[in-house]
Design a protein around this ligand. Sequence first.
Ligand code: WAQ
Ligand code: MG
Length: 249
Amino acid sequence: MSDMEYYSLKMRASQQVGEGEQKHEQHISGAERIVGRDSVEAVCSAMVKRAMTHSKGDPDFINVKIEKVHESDIQILKALPVTRVDVDTWQEGLEKAFGLIGDAAAGVREKLPELLRETFPMRGAMLYDIATGNRLEPDHERGVRATYMDALHSSEVDGCKNHFNEAIVLATKVANAPGMVAEFCVSDDPNYVTGYVASKELGYVRIMKMKEMGDENGGRIFLFDSRKASAEECIEYLQKKKVLVDVGA
Ligand code: WAQ
Ligand code: MG
């Protein structure tokens, strides 16, 4: 790691939809990486390619942001250990996930189905305080987004999304945030039915079916305990801290 110069790259692409008053930008695709100086150009063009060939549509607007990151500001984390739970039905998978979260955070089990529904329209995650039952996102519509993270030594410039690889990186960062108790995740991709629950204690538990094939509803809930840390320091970590996750590959 010595003498490495790192850069953060972030891409987001959108398309104008609607007419007149209804006209607005619709999100098509986004990606982020933290890579060594030598990979910046290749990763940048792979990101642009991803945006230009996305199945959600042809972008009218692509924003690529490239920022130098100081090596001393990067935290290296070991990936959460992964286990896998096979289930026959998505209902069984969802119950299993609710049960694991319920064990990690006493008293929230009954609230989870409703909280999950509330996340469906959000672009980020719900930050739910298990001590008070309050939602702590500054903007409830958007939610909080974990950002500035990547897999360590991942010099690959692949243009397409790998759900698991992206999720293990995000889940590892989130599990290490101050005051974090557990995370619950269901993809909003209609063809991707595998979800997970994660925490430092549970590790990353993949649950192979958590929703019906074709269902475009998904979301994330970050279960936080305000007795352990302040919401501000947790959000600051999720949104600002640079993290590389050692996935051992
Ligand atoms: N920070 C916070 N919330 C996010 C972020 C982020 N960086 N990215 C997405 N979300 C929220 C947002 O509300 C989405 O609707 C929801 O999470 C799901 O995001 O082991 O693909 O990117 O194979 O659709 C799990 C992989 C894949 C399971 C999850 O999530 C496995 C996935 P998606
Ligand atoms: Mg998605």
